[in-house]
Design a protein around this ligand. Sequence first.
Ligand code: ATP
Length: 298
Amino acid sequence: MLKVDNVTKYYGPLKAVDDLSFSVKPGDVFGLLGVNGAGKTTTFRIIMGLLDFDGGEVTLDGEKIDYSVTDKIGFLTEERSLLTKLTVMEQAIYYGILKGMTEEKVEKELDKWLIRFGIVDYKHRKIKELSKGNQQKIQFITAIINEPKLLILDEPFSGLDPINVEMFKEVIKELEKKGSMIIFSSHRMEHIELFCDKIVVLVEGKSVLKGSIKDIKKEYRKKNILIKGDIDKTKLEKIKGVLKIIKKSDEYEVKIEDEKYIKDVFDYTTTCDNVTKFVVEEPSLNEIFVSRVGEKYE
Ligand code: ATP
């Protein structure tokens, strides 16, 4: 298990990470979220043992993270950390050996992944000659080549077309099933919802929202109701608890302040003609994120 306990990090007077705690179990995909500058990269670098910090503790399976455990960690960064003058094979061997693998094992694994990602012809090509998406695939292969216990994925789908996004998703799901601990960071909330059970949201280094996405959605009392039919927007707007009504192509999305107002909205629709749809939806993670992060900025 990865445990981040009360970690604090200063850059001079700036508190970049403020008393942050969370844990990730084998088979968990954990989402670390935040706007630009919230402290995600700093947290990743601390977890990988690349950055000293000022308070708290980080342990992987009970051991402090230092060079002795870095061979158990895989990392895909947003900024490309490829050695672009090397060939794909040379680069894999360079990183594989750093992670304690033999050259033969690296080549065997590399071949397997190059076939899987459909880029077998690039094995002896220089990284700089590859397209952005193919470079991303090489970064991903480098991060997972040693089947890491802990895998950190910072915007893993950046620069990928939808078909390759699907391919990456499949591999991430497989690693999750095999029991890797995965920390996932993305500004795309639909990706977070797809992979992560638990999340932490950072604002200025501090956790402002933490827990399972399911519980977070349950606790967030606002709901959206989708209604199809001849409703009078002005009348609906006057119902207590109705925050906003958005006209979508052939239906309305009614945002309500609390689920206790669902019945009032429903009762109103029974007085309207042609109502063929009344569906209550949980708000999206994106909506909750914007609302919670926005509140903290006010
Ligand atoms: P992004 O989503 O833009 O990558 P982030 O959440 O990863 O942002 P960090 O890069 O961890 O954020 O930065 C957190 C804060 O620390 C920011 O205010 C940033 O300006 C500051 N910071 C980061 N690195 C340094 C450094 N080496 N020296 C001083 N301040 C730094």
